[in-house]
Design a protein around this ligand. Structure first.
Ligand code: GLU
Ligand code: MG
Length: 450
């Protein structure tokens, strides 16, 4: 297992800064893109010439934050993007560099509306509790469609289908090459259950790097699809009656290279901390649903029957559970981890990892008790049976999720009051816009008979 490095570092590391300047000069890089995200995780990018690089690394680049979703209003809109030199990569075109930015205010303070800062704060809480690394491994699924106007699929393949005759295999291969060329290691990839649905799993990394990787991943998947004339989408549920796209996220906490979730003497090979961490995520799952499933459409995925979780429970084998502990194999102490299955790939990865971490740490700090695992197929339990077992459901709609978020002390702490208020406002607006729509379903169901 590779040495786990701790990355809760300050923004400008002199060594990394020097490395960027050298690489840019040696490789004849023409432009450098500076990336960050808005609250919803949309990638924001602007380009600087290499002449400006040094001053950008030292002082950042100013921009108007008022047009970025969820950022400050017009009257306090001056923001500065400070590129993180440790995130420097070259895009697959070989000519363009890119760095991920931290956002600060003009007086140099971290901007409380910056999602990457929210994750940094979560990592600080983790460090103060004696852990040094939060490792995450997301499995982000997506669909490839003929174009962005509709949902015409490219194949009828299924899980692990080897569609050699299909163009989609080439697209996936090129996507992986592009990711690897940017130093984003891919662990494995395969056709998913749905037609034209794919999954590429990036090798686990610390949460901050993985947040950066996910931005890159989503862009590369879309770009390569486009080069082949197709459209890739991370929309959680684009096809009625088929599996949606999830982003199951494997998680573990480390100190000095030691997996703190592992205990060889326990019946599930889980330490007390590992159990409390899982208990924290189960207890707070409803409250942070609006972050791991942030769109109206996300809740069309979280329904029974499509391998996506609906009920709040954990298990070792059962893929209908919210959290799964992959079975322990002798010698794989380092791989002991909790796989949370509710997030979807259209989330803001920084906010997601921050909320997951806070929920888990809360469990550890407060000593939450882990309930018994549920090994039965939870989709098959009746409401009565679920009640007896004390199993609650995830929110059924974005509206319900926002209500749960708005009442959550944990979410307020995790997001910080600034993002917390804006996020609720933003998502409520989306929900209000949706709930007044008249759908085809209603018209077909009611018009003739009512
Ligand atoms: N696509 C399923 C989901 O929405 C998951 C399928 C699987 O990888 O087990 O979570
Ligand atoms: Mg999958």
């Amino acid at each position: 297992m590779a040495q786990i490095e701790s990355k809760n570092r300050a923004t400008s590391e002199p060594q990394a800064r020097k490395g960027v300047l050298e690489q840019v000069a040696e490789r004849g890089i023409e432009d450098v893109l500076l990336w960050f995200t808005d609250l919803e995780g949309h990638l924001k990018s602007f380009s600087i010439t290499t002449r400006e690089l040094e001053s950008a690394l030292d002082d950042g680049m100013g921009f108007d934050g008022s047009s970025v979703t969820g950022f400050n209003a017009i009257e306090e809109s001056d923001m500065v993007a400070i590129p993180d030199p440790t995130s420097y990569r070259v895009l697959p075109d070989g000519k363009t560099g890119r760095m991920i930015c931290d956002i600060v205010t003009p007086d140099g303070q971290p901007y409380e509306g910056d999602p990457r800062h929210v994750l940094r704060r979560a990592l600080e809480r983790m460090t103060s509790m004696g852990f040094d690394t939060f490792n995450v491994g997301p499995e982000a699924e997506y669909f490839l469609f003929r174009d962005e106007k509709g949902t015409e699929t490219l194949d009828e393949g299924g899980y692990f289908a080897q569609t050699t005759m299909d163009a989609a295999t080439d697209v996936r291969r090129d996507t992986i090459r592009a990711l690897e060329s940017m130093g984003i290691p891919v662990e494995y990839h395969h056709h998913e259950v749905g037609p034209s649905q794919h999954e590429i799993d990036i090798r686990y990394a610390n949460a901050l790097d993985m947040g950066d990787y996910m931005l890159t991943y989503r862009l590369v998947v879309k770009e390569v699809a486009k080069q082949h004339g197709y459209h890739a989408t991370f929309m959680p549920k684009p096809l009625f009656g088929e599996n949606g796209s999830g982003m199951h996220t494997h998680q573990s906490l480390f100190t000095d290279g030691r997996n703190r979730f592992f205990d060889g003497d326990d019946r599930w090979h889980l330490s007390g901390e590992g159990k409390a961490f899982i208990a924290g995520q189960l207890r707070h799952a409803r409250e942070i649903a609006a972050v791991f499933a942030q769109w109206v459409n996300s809740y069309k995925r979280l329904v029974p029957g499509y391998e996506a979780p609906v009920y709040v429970a954990w298990s070792q084998r059962n893929r209908s559970a919210l959290i799964r502990i992959p079975l322990y194999k002798p010698g794989s102490e380092q791989a002991t981890r909790a796989e949370i299955r509710c997030p979807d790939p259209a989330c803001n990865p920084y906010l997601l990892f921050a909320c997951l971490l806070h929920a888990g740490l809360e469990g550890i700090e407060q000593g939450y008790e882990l309930p018994d695992p549920m090994e039965t197929n939870l989709y098959h339990l009746t409401a009565e049976q679920r009640r007896e077992r004390g199993i609650v459901s995830l929110p059924e709609t974005l509206g319900e999720a926002i209500d749960a978020l708005a009442q959550s002390e944990l979410a307020r702490k995790a997001l910080g009051p600034h993002i917390f208020d804006r996020y609720i406002e933003l998502k409520r607006k989306e929900w209000d816009e949706y709930r007044v729509q008249l759908t085809d379903w209603e018209m077909k169901k009611y018009l003739a008979v009512l």
